[in-house]
Design a protein around this ligand. Sequence first.
Ligand code: FES
Ligand SMILES: [Fe+2]
Length: 426
Amino acid sequence: MDDALSVANLKARMAREQERQGPPEDFPALPALPPGRYTSQAFFDLEKEHLWGKVWLYAAHQSQLPEVGSYVLLDIPDAPIFLMRGRDGTVRAFYNVCSHRGAPLVREATGTQASLRCTYHQWTYDTDGSLIAVMDERDFPEPFDKSCLGLQAVRCEMWGPWIFVNEDRDAEPLLDWLGMMASEFEQFEIDQLRPAQIKSYELECNWKLTMDAFLEVYHIKGIHPKTVGPSLDHRGAVMGLLPNGHTRMTCPTRITSADRAERRGYGDGQSRTMPAIAMGEIARDYHVSHNIFPNIITPVGETARQFLMFWPLSLTRTRVDVVHFGRDWGEGERPAGWDGLLAFWDVVMDEDLQFLEWQQRAVLSPGFKGYRLSYMERRIYYAHESIDRMIGVSNVPPELRAEPMLDAYLELPDHHCADPAQASAG
Ligand code: FES
Ligand SMILES: [Fe+2]
């Protein structure tokens, strides 16, 4: 993102967005999304089968598995999976399912064990998942081959310090799936980041309503008039639609990044106690937020990056996890500036989440006729298109589809400008 060409390109695109008088010529009118996408159990089941079981999902930060035998029990809905660091130092993912009768191997959120003993009938597994001991093995019929009865592994790969899992054995490698995202993130030196806090919220609404809420800045004047609203010029926002459903938003700011920390209430010099995150010119001077498809929104600021993640607990219940990462501050307590920043985020999250349960009741009612999206909200439409692409468009009942509209507007590697606003600028 930050080579000289794309810096100039993004600045020009933001200027064109600020100046345009209407949607760019030839940009399609986006059809209203059918309410059933948020209310249909059949659609939810399609997502479960074709989306959640086949995509790379964030699992943990490597610091959560500091030593051999460290484990982390994941909280991905309907996916009983844990991570473990083996004797060889490798982090692996396994189903938390004993090969005997399915009891769990780990029940605490995190811990360290030299081996994994199922406490039901005491089958024991090594840290690499292999079955090493079976109580009363004589009672099982011959041939009894322990080497075939290890724990079921789940695909597990690293993006810098971030561990991702994927239940699809045939999924493309994580870094290939991330594509341009991985190269864009090199400027941020992500290996230097560590988690400072994880906070979760639960809401009575479909997970996509929570995702949609973080994919546009059209709402900032409405619900963030005193927090993030004053610092962003939403009319200049550029939405980069990338392959595989990933997106990038770049938004002009009205104040400098130093002033931003002060204005947002974690100033008083406190923000200066936090080491700065490495970044290029665009991320430093503008507001940049990426969506790692399907369920991570990750804005980056001067001293912190968040992963906001949306997890479907049921058709109408969602957990939002917010992980705050900062540049490693070395030994000791986290810097004092974190307290102000986290308090600021509490306020902003309450602002962002306030309407979602109302919207769920709305989409369930006959009074709601469709979910209308403007040009500025096209990133939401693209996320929905991408969900349908994962499901297979022909598998989605016609009345529930997000008809593919935006293929022509994708940014592709080495092709910086699939920019609708440029077309109209001539
Ligand atoms: S279920 Fe694990 S040993 Fe029986
Ligand atoms: Fe917001």
